[in-house]
Design a protein around this ligand. Structure first.
Ligand code: IMP
Length: 429
C-alpha cells in the first residue's frame, strides 16, 4: 500500500508542513480531509516561505491537490489564499486543485457565531481560531449546511436557506444580534460561486481512480489527535476528527486506502488556545522553548504554550490515531539544555496513571511524573544522519520511541526540507 496519511500526534503545530512538503514531492496527489482554514502549514522552499491554511501543501509544487468532503470550506478564504499564492508565483488551477462538491461551506454567519460565543464565554472560552469551523460542522451534522454543489443551484436554495436562517436567527437573537441578512448572503454566494465552481468535482471518483491506477496518495491532516473531537481534550478541541480514520470518510476512499500513518510529534510539547496541558512550563524553561522554537501561531499569531515532551499523550495518540511511525520534529530546539525531561506517567491524587483520564477535571488535575535525562550541548540543527547527532540526542530519541511504543520513521532537524534523517520511508511500506 503506497498511500500515506500524515496526522499531528499532539495539539497541532508539530511541523507537519515541512514533512508533508517532503512527502508531497513523491506523491501523485495530496488530499486535505478535515478541518478548514483554521490550520496553518508553513512550507520553506529555498528562499521562499509559503503559509497555507486551507489549500493542500501539494499545490506549491504543482502536485494535484484535493480538498475533500471532510473539510469545511470558506469559499472567500479559498479565493484569498489562491490569490495570495499567485502573488508568490504559485498558480492553483482546476487542473491542479479539485474541491469535493459535497464539501460544506463556512459562511459569514458561522464566523459571526464563533466570535459571539467566544466573546460571551469568559474564562470558559475554547480559544478557537474564530474562523467559523465549529458552527459550520454543527450545521453539517444538523443537515442544514449549504454545500459546494449548492452553488450551482442557488435559485433553488429557498427552503434550505429558510431552515438555515431560522436556526441562526434564533441563536443570533440570543446574543442581541440582528437576523441574518438573507439577500446579502445570497448575493455574496452568487458572486463567489463563479470562482469556486470550476474547482468543484466528485473527488471520490478521482481518488478511487488514482488508487486503482497505483498512484501514491498523500493525506494531509490538520491540527492533532489531542484536538480530535472524540479523542482529544474535550471540550477544548476542534470540531472534526483529526485521527487517520477520518482520511477515509473525509475523502471518499475506503479505510483500506489510507496506508502508512505518519504521526508528527515535536521533541517537546506546545499548545495554542485553552485547555489542559500537564507538562506546561510557565517558567524560564518554557520561555526558552518558545523563543528557540519560534512558537507563535501561523493562523492567529498567538503565543504558544510550551512544555516538556509528554510520552503518555503521544502513546495515546499513536494508539487512537492509528499511527504506524512517528516523525519527530524540532529536536534542535532542545540543543544546549543541561537536562531534558520526559513525562512518563501521571499522579492523580494517590493513583499513578499510564494514560490520560477522560474527564476534563481529571485532565486538569494530573501531575506529570518526569524522567530526567542529560542534555546535549552540540548542535543538532541541520543533521541529516544519525552520525550527525550527539549521543545524548540519540538516547533521547530512542527513549521516546520506547515510551510511546511506536518507531521513529523520520527526524527533522531544521525547517529546511533536506534537513531530515530518514529511518523508514513511509511510501515504501
Ligand atoms: P477551532 O478549530 O478554530 O474551532 O479551534 C478549536 C481549538 O483548536 C483551539 O484550541 C485552537 O487553538 C485549536 N486549533 C485549531 N486549529 C489549529 C491548528 O492548526 N494548530 C493548533 N491548534 C489549532
Amino acid at each position: 500500500m503506497a498511500n500515506v496519511a500524515v496526522i499531528g500526534a499532539q495539539w497541532g503545530d508539530e511541523g507537519k508542513g515541512k514533512i508533508v512538503d517532503w512527502l508531497a514531492e513523491r506523491a501523485d496527489m495530496v488530499v486535505r480531509f478535515q478541518g478548514g482554514h483554521n490550520a496553518g502549514h508553513t512550507l520553506v522552499v529555498g528562499e521562499n516561505v509559503y503559509k497555507l491554511s486551507l489549500l493542500p501543501s501539494g499545490i506549491v509544487r504543482g502536485t494535484p491537490s484535493v480538498i475533500g468532503n471532510g473539510v469545511v470550506l470558506d469559499p472567500w478564504a479559498l479565493k484569498a489564499e489562491i490569490e495570495r499564492l499567485a502573488e508568490q508565483g504559485v498558480h492553483a488551477s482546476p487542473e491542479t486543485l479539485r474541491v469535493a462538491d459535497n464539501c460544506p461551506l463556512i459562511l459569514p454567519i458561522h464566523r459571526d457565531l464563533d466570535g459571539l460565543r467566544e466573546d460571551a464565554s469568559g474564562a470558559g472560552k475554547i480559544g478557537t481560531t474564530r474562523r467559523g469551523i465549529g458552527p459550520a460542522y454543527e450545521d453539517k451534522v444538523g443537515r442544514r449546511a449549504i454545500r459546494v454543489c449548492d452553488l450551482a443551484h442557488l435559485d433553488d436554495l429557498g427552503p434550505q436557506l429558510d431552515r438555515l436562517c431560522a436556526h441562526h436567527d434564533a441563536l443570533r437573537a440570543g446574543f442581541g444580534e440582528p437576523p441574518v441578512d438573507r439577500e446579502r448572503l445570497l448575493a455574496d454566494l452568487r458572486e463567489i460561486a463563479a470562482f469556486v465552481l470550476p474547482f468543484a468535482k466528485p473527488v471520490w471518483r478521482d481518488l478511487n481512480e488514482a488508487r486503482t491506477g497505483g498512484k501514491r496518495i498523500l493525506f494531509e491532516g490538520a491540527q492533532g489527535v489531542l484536538l480530535d473531537i472524540d479523542h482529544g481534550t474535550y471540550p477544548f478541541v476542534t470540531s472534526s476528527n483529526t485521527i487517520a480514520g477520518a482520511a477515509a470518510g473525509g475523502s471518499g476512499l475506503g479505510p483500506s486506502g489510507v496506508g502508512f500513518v505518519l504521526g508528527i510529534a515535536k521533541a517537546y510539547t506546545t499548545r495554542v488556545g485553552s485547555g489542559p496541558f500537564p507538562t506546561e512550563l510557565e517558567d524560564e524553561t518554557g520561555q526558552r522553548l518558545g523563543e528557540r522554537g519560534h512558537e507563535f501561531g501561523t493562523v492567529t499569531g498567538r503565543k504558544r504554550r510550551c512544555g516538556w515532551f509528554d510520552s503518555v499523550l503521544v502513546r495515546q495518540s499513536a494508539a487512537v490515531g492509528g499511527i504506524t511511525g512517528i516523525a519527530l520534529t524540532k529536536i534542535d530546539v532542545l540543543d544546549g539544555f543541561d537536562e531534558v525531561k520526559i513525562c512518563v506517567g501521571y499522579k492523580l491524587g494517590d493513583e499513578t496513571l499510564d494514560y490520560y483520564p477522560t474527564h476534563a477535571a481529571d485532565q486538569a488535575k494530573v501531575v506529570p511524573v518526569y524522567e530526567t535525562m542529560e542534555g546535549w550541548q552540540e548542535s543538532t540543527a541541520g543533521a541529516r544522519s544519525w552520525a550527525d547527532l550527539p549521543a545524548q540526542a540519540i538516547k533521547y530519541i530512542r527513549r521516546i520511541e520506547e515510551l510511546i511504543r511506536c518507531p521513529v520513521a523520520l527526524v527533522s532537524t531544521s525547517p529546511e526540507r533536506e534537513d531530515t534523517i530518514l529511518v523508514r520511508d513511509p511510501f515504501a511500506d
